[in-house]
Design a protein around this ligand. Structure first.
Ligand SMILES: NC(=O)c1ccc[n+]([C@@H]2O[C@H](COP(=O)([O-])OP(=O)(O)OC[C@H]3O[C@@H](n4cnc5c(N)ncnc54)[C@H](O)[C@@H]3O)[C@@H](O)[C@H]2O)c1
Length: 439
């Protein structure tokens, strides 16, 4: 394919050379004439291992060159890849001037061209920038219609400086956010020869994935550094601690706990977070990331409360009291906090949880429940129909398995495990599908 790469910085230079190596014809467009001259002389305008050689190979194969203006080359190309910078202003707001400047040039080129051309944004942007800013700019400057006259997709870049070429050929995956299937397919075709799964998804999800990946990496570094800061005054080797934390690939370095849902609770997580942050403060260490976890968890309970109030309910059916399926441990269950708040709001409540049998509960668990929810004997019912009777909304706080076949009325369900609101019929059909997988 013929590709125009807009911007020969850290991303664009690597992308140009690597796509040329894969056999595509590539022209790099760069407004800085010095970078263009350096590139065309067979040297990389950025420092990156093995990039000079790759550029030289592309130049001598006649598949790669750089120019200072792209307008006249748009009609030649099948695809444009926008790789210009998207810095943030001091307040965090995005500076999209470079993207707009490319859209202007690209638009002028599209105006003069009869060929179908797909515009692919590789720069990192926050959701909705592609659809609400880049698309109108392209239409305005080209006087053409996106989807009909030209395609649009986003293909976030996951390379890391210093290993950029290796990362290009072995990415974790290729993400394509597509406005339409034709645009998405054109981007997917560019990656023939790269062994990595391709995810073709909506534009906005693709925009967010890149930002979320970077934030997750930053969070991991911040977390490890906070543990390091805690280990210092304890005279502990933080690397020993983190090596062994990382050796747990079941719960720690895994997909466990990484899907949005309801707040966490139980007898361990909140207690140990409080213990760690308390002791850090005692030792003169401030750990803002870890200090923020419990307040963030509280906000998840508040979000559930607000969602429930959207129904203006007189009565709410709470399905699930303990913090997870299969246990009757109620200590620090976030459902208890939610019930207390709704109770204070004057909402009538009925609670159903087959895991919790009041007359079998003893010890700390029982004392905790009596202290937190003295009204529990009146509101906890063993009959699901009685709980649902007269309720305007049901709140599912944990896994539906086992309850699904007994949900037969028509009230809406707020599924806190997935933080979604779903009509009963849909929840039922999903539960049936899940059951059939389990079987
Ligand atoms: N640097 C990385 O490791 C990395 C990795 C993944 C994603 N990203 C994202 O990719 C994007 C590009 O990052 P970068 O580090 O390569 O930026 P960069 O600043 O190194 O390069 C951008 C280049 O675009 C050129 N340019 C600006 N306007 C132009 C125009 N109208 N036409 C042609 N060229 C133009 C600039 O002169 C510059 O050389 C950013 O959104 C960034 O967040 C960067």
């Amino acid at each position: 394919m013929r590709i125009l790469v807009w911007g020969l910085g850290y991303v664009g230079t690597v992308v140009s050379a690597c796509f040329a190596e894969l056999g595509h014809e590539v022209i790099g467009v760069e407004t800085n004439p010095e970078k263009v001259a350096v590139f065309n002389s067979g040297r990389s305008p950025i420092k990156e291992p093995d990039l000079d050689e790759l550029i030289q190979q592309g130049l001598s194969a006649g598949r790669l060159r750089a120019v200072t203006s792209g307008v006249e080359h748009v009609a030649w190309a099948d695809v444009s890849m926008i790789c210009v910078g998207t810095p943030s202003a001091p307040d965090g707001s995005p500076v999209l001037d470079y993207i707009e400047s490319v859209a202007r040039e690209l638009g002028k080129g599209l105006r003069k061209s009869d060929r179908f051309h797909t515009v692919v944004l590789r720069s990192t942007v926050f959701p909705h920038v592609t659809r609400t800013q880049l698309l109108p700019w392209l239409e305005q400057y080209s006087r053409k219609t996106c989807g009909a006259d030209f395609g649009l997709a986003i293909n976030p870049e996951f390379l890391r400086e210093t290993t950029a070429i290796k990362d290009f050929y072995a990415p974790p995956y290729t993400v394509i956010g597509e406005l339409d299937a034709r645009s998405g397919q054109q981007v997917a075709d560019l990656y023939q020869g790269i062994e990595a799964p391709i995810y073709r998804i909506g534009i906005e999800e693709a925009e967010l994935i890149k930002v979320v990946n970077n934030c997750f990496h930053a969070l991991k570094i911040g977390f490890a550094n906070e543990i390091g800061r805690l280990c210092g005054p304890l005279s502990l080797d933080a690397n020993v601690v983190m090596d062994i934390v990382c050796a747990d690939t079941k719960l720690n370095i895994s997909t466990a706990y990484l899907h949005p849902g309801f707040a966490f609770g139980g007898s361990c997580l909140p207690k140990d977070l409080r213990s760690l942050t308390f002791n850090a403060r005692r030792l003169g260490r401030t750990l803002p990331i870890l200090e923020a976890v419990l307040p963030s968890n509280e906000l998840q309970i508040e979000a559930a409360r607000l969602k429930i109030h959207e129904y203006n309910p007189r009565k709410v059916a709470i399905l699930g009291l303990s913090f997870k399926t299969g246990t009757d441990d109620l200590r620090e269950s976030p459902v208890i906090s939610l019930i207390r708040q709704l109770w204070e709001d004057g909402v009538e409540l009925a609670v159903y949880d087959p895991d919790v049998e009041l007359d079998r509960m003893v010890g700390a668990n029982c004392a905790y429940l009596e202290r937190q929810l003295p009204q529990i004997p009146q509101i906890l019912k063993t009959d699901l129909n009685e709980v649902l009777q007269g309720a305007q909304v049901a709140v599912l706080t944990k896994d539906l398995n086992g309850l699904s076949d007994r949900l037969h009325n028509k009230l809406p369900i707020i599924d806190l495990a997935h933080m979604t609101v779903t009509p009963v019929a849909e929840v039922l059909s999903r539960a049936i599908v899940e059951d059939s997988y389990a079987a």
